[in-house]
Design a protein around this ligand. Sequence first.
Ligand code: G6P
Length: 358
Amino acid sequence: DTGKSGYDHYMLKEIHEQPRALRQCLSGRVDERRGEVTLSELEGLETPSAVHLVACGTSYHAALYGVQLFHSLGIPAQAFLASEYATGVPPLGDSLVVGITQSGETADTLSALREARARGARTLAVTNVVGSTAARECDYALYIRAGPEIGVAATKTFSSQLVSLNLLVEYLAGDQRSSEERRAVLQTLRDLPGRVQQVLDESMAEEVAAEYLGADGYFFIGRGLNYPVALEGALKFKEITYEHAEGFAAGELKHGTLALVTENTPVFAVVTGEDAPAKKTLGNVREVESRGAPVIAVTDDDQIERYADASLRVPSGSARVAPVLVNVQLQLVAYWVANALGRSIDKPRNLAKSVTVE
Ligand code: G6P
């Protein structure tokens, strides 16, 4: 199939397209020397006093990441599963309601946005598909520009959502950020496609996948900005391998699920940076190790590798974009496990690329 450009699956092709997708996302929008973000499609959108982010599936994990970016600006933000939001809309105040939807056609997300609009909220769609229903119905649309994604499991579009949320937040930051701060963030975004390429070139995910085949279950833990990617790592793993996997906030595993941790449940621990959150996650790593669980560190820090049975490295640098790099490793692990098990990677059983029923 020429559409796969020599890759066995669209999913692997799309994983490898990420550097290009991210460059497209940033193209013409970022002036890192002047510290400026231009999003012409958002002209007229004022900095909101509060934000609700609504989404499903992988896009919901992007929403959880986005919440933390808004908080860094001092803007109260909450992420909601779209199906729950539409069922009982929380008090809106004058929140901006942001629907994150790759396809722009997910029924639950469209319903949530419609409910918000009916109550007078301003709405913004963050979507990949120009002219999609979400883009047409919302007051504003921010395009993530990832290009078409054929694999049912979202890969490059998740990375592009995370980068788009960074652009959105910097665009709305106004004088909340000094131009120096903003220049630093924008430089980090500019460097990101190259770093993703480095992860793709050097990844040991195929070896790690082979080593841990046949386990009883797989856990993924991360804290702060790495929590959404722990959830996403587990979701990707479930979707395409059909093995049991769960993602947790690193501090939460001990409140119940630790009962399931054994020497046959590998734990992928996402630990980036050397700050306090990373140290706390290391404490959680020791908790699972003392129950005999193998630990695979997904990390940018050699020190942390010492605590793990295996590791997947990402280049060190900004905590803010580390989740994008980590996630590429977790996409590859899921892919290589599914491939070894002979799964239907591009079209997993029971799943659809876009779910148009509530
Ligand atoms: C389906 C897909 C998921 C996707 C979710 C939301 O369940 O299988 O990969 O994350 O829909 O899709 P959206 O297009 O709204 O981002």
